[in-house]
Design a binder for this molecule. Structure first.
Ligand code: 13P
Ligand code: SF4
Length: 305
C-alpha cells in the first residue's frame, strides 16, 4: 500500500518534471517497475542518447550515469543514489595505461564500460559484455590492453584468439564470489538445469556454463529456450525480469552471495527523494568529458554496424 503510493508519486513527478528513469537489471524489482527503460549496460548507454526528456534519472551505479552525461552534455543526469559506485570501475591505473602505450606501438586500449570517466578518457574504445567480442574483433590492432576486468578480458581473448591480450587485474567482487563448487552442487540437485553465467565470472565458473552472456542476453536466452530450469550465475536483480518474462520457468541461484551492495542502494524512497529535489546532477569538466566521449561513441558506432 505504502509502496504503491510511492510509485504513484514517482510516476506523477517524473511527468511533471520531464524526467526519464533508466534502470539496470541488478536494481530491485520494485525500482525496475517504475523505470521507463530497463536493460543491460549497452542498452542503457544507447537509450540515453535517444530519450527526449531534459532530465535523466539513473537507477544503477555511477559509471552508468556518467556515460549518459558524457554522451548527452546538454541533459541533466541524476543518480538515484549518489554513492552507488562500482568498485571495479576504479581498478585500472592511468600511469600503467600510458606505460603500455609506450611499450607497444600497435595496441588498442579497450575499456569495459564499468570504468570511471578518467579511465575512459585514456582509452581507444569502450565495450560492454554484450558487444566486446564484436568490437575487439573489428579493431585493426594486434595487441589489446583490456581494462579493468580480468575475467571478461580472459573470456574475450578465448573468443578472439587472433589478438594478443595484455591483461589487467580488475574484477567484480559479486561475480568472483560465485564458486564453481557451488554450481556443481546446484547442478546435482537440479540436473535438468542449464547453467547461465555472466562473463565477469571466473574462468572455472565459465567452463561449467551452457551459455555466457550479458544480463540482456541471458534473459533473451531463457525466454527463447525450450528448457524449463536454469542455474543463474550473476547478480540476483536479474531474477525479476527473468520471472516476469518466464513465469512458468524455474530459476536457481548459487549460494547466497549474488548481491551487489551498490546496486541495492537504489530504493523507491531514494528515487522519490531525488525526483522531489533534483539536486546534485552529474558534473564532468568539459575537457575530460570530450576525451571520454570518443571511446564511448566509437563503441556505439562499431556495435551499431
Ligand atoms: P551488463 O548488464 O551489461 O551485462 O552488465 C553487468 C554489470 O556488471 C553491470 O554492473
Ligand atoms: Fe560493479 Fe559487479 Fe556491482 Fe556490476 S555487479 S556494479 S560490476 S560490483
Amino acid at each position: 500500500m505504502i509502496e504503491q503510493s510511492i510509485k504513484n508519486r514517482i510516476l506523477q513527478l517524473k511527468k511533471e518534471k520531464d524526467v526519464v528513469i533508466l534502470a539496470h537489471y541488478y536494481v530491485d524489482g520494485a525500482v525496475q517497475e517504475i523505470a521507463d527503460y530497463v536493460g543491460d549496460s549497452y542498452y542503457l548507454a544507447e537509450q540515453a542518447t535517444k530519450v527526449a526528456q531534459e532530465n535523466i534519472l539513473f537507477c544503477g551505479v555511477i559509471f552508468m550515469g556518467e556515460s549518459a552525461k558524457i554522451l548527452n552534455p546538454q541533459k541533466k543526469v541524476y543518480m538515484a543514489d549518489d554513492s552507488a559506485d562500482c568498485p571495479m570501475a576504479h581498478m585500472a591505473d592511468i600511469g600503467k595505461i600510458r606505460t603500455i602505450r609506450d611499450e607497444y606501438n600497435d595496441v588498442a586500449v579497450v575499456c569495459y564500460v564499468n570504468s570511471t570517466a578518467e579511465i575512459k578518457a585514456e582509452s581507444d574504445v569502450c565495450v560492454t559484455s554484450s558487444n566486446a567480442v564484436q568490437i575487439v574483433r573489428a579493431l585493426p590492432n594486434k595487441y589489446i590492453y583490456f581494462i579493468p576486468d580480468y575475467n571478461l578480458a580472459h573470456y574475450i581473448s578465448n573468443q578472439v584468439p587472433e589478438k594478443k591480450f595484455i591483461f589487467n587485474d580488475g574484477f567484480c567482487h559479486v561475480h568472483k564470489s560465485i564458486h564453481s563448487n557451488d554450481i556443481k552442487t546446484a547442478a546435482k540437485v537440479h540436473p535438468e538445469a542449464l547453467v547461465l553465467a555472466h562473463p565477469e565470472c571466473t574462468e572455472d565458473v565459465l567452463e561449467l556454463a551452457d551459455y555466457i552472456g550479458s544480463t540482456s542476453q541471458i534473459i533473451e536466452f531463457v525466454t527463447k529456450s525450450k528448457n524449463n530450469t536454469f542455474i543463474i550465475c550473476t547478480e540476483m536483480g536479474i531474477f525479476f525480469e527473468l520471472m516476469q518474462k518466464n513465469p512458468t520457468k524455474k530459476f536457481y541461484s548459487v549460494g547466497h552471495r549474488q548481491f551487489c551492495p551498490n546496486m541495492k542502494k537504489v530504493t523507491l524512497e531514494k528515487v522519490l527523494d531525488k525526483l522531489k529535489n533534483l539536486d546534485r546532477d552529474i558534473d564532468i569538466n568539459e575537457s575530460l568529458r570530450a576525451r571520454a566521449m570518443k571511446p564511448l561513441k566509437r563503441m556505439l558506432e562499431i556495435a551499431g554496424e
